[in-house]
Design a protein around this ligand. Structure first.
Ligand SMILES: CC(C)(COP(=O)([O-])OP(=O)([O-])OC[C@H]1O[C@@H](n2cnc3c(N)ncnc32)[C@H](O)[C@@H]1OP(=O)([O-])[O-])[C@@H](O)C(=O)NCCC(=O)NCCSC(=O)C[C@@](C)(O)CC(=O)[O-]
Ligand SMILES: NC(=O)C1=CN([C@@H]2O[C@H](COP(=O)(O)OP(=O)(O)OC[C@H]3O[C@@H](n4cnc5c(N)ncnc54)[C@H](OP(=O)(O)O)[C@@H]3O)[C@@H](O)[C@H]2O)C=CC1
Length: 426
């Protein structure tokens, strides 16, 4: 958590001064976030212990979203992304949410599930019941694989068994439901699944095949809620149009895909910054975005509350950890966790969910009013100016002309740059 997340003018500071400013606002010793300096981030040696055949390091811009208040506490949020306007948008939405106290969050226990597929059971209904009769034995066998996790208060909470009917026959699928505490938990539950597979096959009367976690982590949910002030937004007509925009996303898979991409712009940026598995979180999110009738739908909801304000809610699986994976070995991820000031995986998961809701709201609000391009492209213009060869000193003048001409395009940027250079020579 931070002393304050309101840092006006952060955008106008040079990069190093921004680092100092956020350390101060977070009440952190600057050394705790020294790894944000690319010269002190991940080196090839450490990277060579993370993945195979390392030949280099891909740098991704790391920004800090401001203005966030989560459950009454100010939070500065590290976001790793290559996309312009994402950090600005999250900060903008968080600023609007502050008017009514920011974001409220909650979450379930950190339950991850591993599946054991059993093939060739002649009596699958009975096979299912036999496995449920052996619940205690299977739980004991699984917990024996990770005594330390059990010591932390984790371990298998229950066993569920499903019958899955497929073109190749009916499978008996056992689910180990495991409290993984502050881990993301994939390695932990996969180890347990492999350990119980043979015995589960014997009990069910078939051959065990797949033993792997499911990324549809719908027993590990996080929620965020925020009220966005109608007057700040521009009045009741804007509120109604935001509700219309959200209603389309709920009803139309084509709009839902983009709506949810907007949510993941925020979520994936924080997941990446903290060294967590972005693919696991994204698979969980999109597999959760299913309406009662089976259709792909939006993950969030925006309604008009009794006071005429917009109330936004988001609930989705959030399998992130503070231990394990890359979080503890990547120096920048460690610094990002320090900046957030989180102590548990649940706290991290809930802040990430709040950022997803903020990101989503900023996009939907822009789309429901002026459109996305003015805001997004005015920030993207910096990339365009750089692309056509503007030096850092030339970028502001090129951007100012691109935005003023309302033509944020590379060909126009080239023309502007040539004019500016001709003028400076004369
Ligand atoms: C872009 C803004 C924020 C401008 O919005 P604005 O009102 O012109 O900006 P402002 O100058 O009034 O600033 C308002 C606040 O925004 C933040 N802000 C503003 N500018 C900056 C900046 N340069 N650097 C850092 N922060 C910035 C900052 O917090 C600032 O307040 P402060 O803290 O300074 O008091 C607004 O137009 C906006 O939120 N647009 C939405 C853009 C967006 O959503 N981008 C995400 C990528 S596009 C996307 O998500 C995909 C999409 C759109 O398809 C999703 C979907 O379809 O749903
Ligand atoms: N489909 C997917 O999503 C898959 C993802 N992965 C990868 O798996 C990794 C995450 O798996 P995960 O199991 O978290 O990784 P780790 O095995 O690296 O970390 C979990 C381990 O951390 C230890 N630990 C220490 N303190 C705690 C605590 N407070 N709470 C819980 N555990 C603690 C426990 O080990 P011990 O008890 O021994 O101390 C626990 O088993 C990610 O890198 C992910 O990319 C891998 C396969 C598939």
């Amino acid at each position: 958590m931070a002393r304050t997340s309101r840092i006006q003018g952060l955008r106008d500071l040079p990069v190093e001064a921004r680092r100092k400013s956020i350390a101060e606002a977070a009440g952190l010793d600057p050394a705790r976030i020294a790894a944000f300096d690319p010269a002190r981030g991940l080196d090839a040696g450490a990277a060579d212990h993370m993945i195979e055949n390392v030949v280099g390091i891909l740098g991704v811009p790391l920004g800090v979203a401001t203005n966030f208040v989560v459950n009454g506490a100010d939070v500065l949020v590290p976001m790793a992304t290559e996309e312009a306007s994402v950090v600005a948008a999250a900060s903008n939405a968080a600023k609007i949410a502050r008017v009514h106290g920011g974001f409220r969050t909650s979450s379930t226990a950190p339950i991850m599930q591993a599946q054991v597929q059993i093939v060739g059971v002649s009596d699958p209904e009975a096979g299912r019941v036999r496995l449920l009769e052996a619940r205690a034995e299977l739980i004991e066998l699984a917990n024996a694989q990770d005594e330390k996790l059990v010591e932390f208060g984790g371990g298998v909470r229950d066993v569920a068994v499903r019958l899955v009917h497929s073109r190749a026959g009916t499978y008996v699928v056992a689910h180990l439901q495991v409290d993984v505490r502050d881990a993301m938990g994939a390695n932990a539950v996969n180890t347990m699944a492999e350990a119980v597979a043979a015995r589960a096959g014997e009990i069910a009367g078939g051959r065990p095949l797949l033993r792997i976690l499911t990324n549809k982590a719908d027993l590990r949910l996080s929620r965020a809620r925020a009220v966005f002030d109608a007057e700040t937004l521009g009045g009741p007509a804007v509120v109604d149009d935001i509700v219309h925009a959200a209603a389309l996303a709920e009803a139309d898979p084509y709009r839902a895909a983009t709506h949810n991409k907007g949510i993941m712009n925020g979520i994936s940026a924080v997941v990446l910054a903290t060294g967590n598995d972005t693919r696991a979180v994204e698979a969980g999110a999109h597999s959760h975005a299913v309406a009662e009738n089976g259709r792909y739908t939006s993950l969030s909801r925006f309604e008009k509350d009794a006071d005429g304000n917009v109330v936004g809610t988001l609930e989705l699986p959030m399998p992130v950890g503070l231990v394990g994976g890359a979080t503890r070995v990547h120096p920048v991820a460690q610094a990002a966790v320090a900046l957030l000031g989180v102590r548990t995986a649940a706290e991290l998961a809930e802040i990430i969910t709040a950022v997803g809701l903020a990101q989503n709201f900023a996009a939907v609000r822009a789309l429901a009013t002026e459109g996305i391009q003015r805001g997004h492209m005015s920030l993207h213009a910096r990339n365009i100016a750089t692309t056509v060869g503007a030096t850092p000193a030339e970028v502001p003048a090129v951007v100012a002309r691109l935005v003023a001409d309302r033509k944020v395009r590379a060909d126009h940027a080239e023309k502007i740059l040539a004019e500016l250079r001709a003028k400076s020579r004369s």
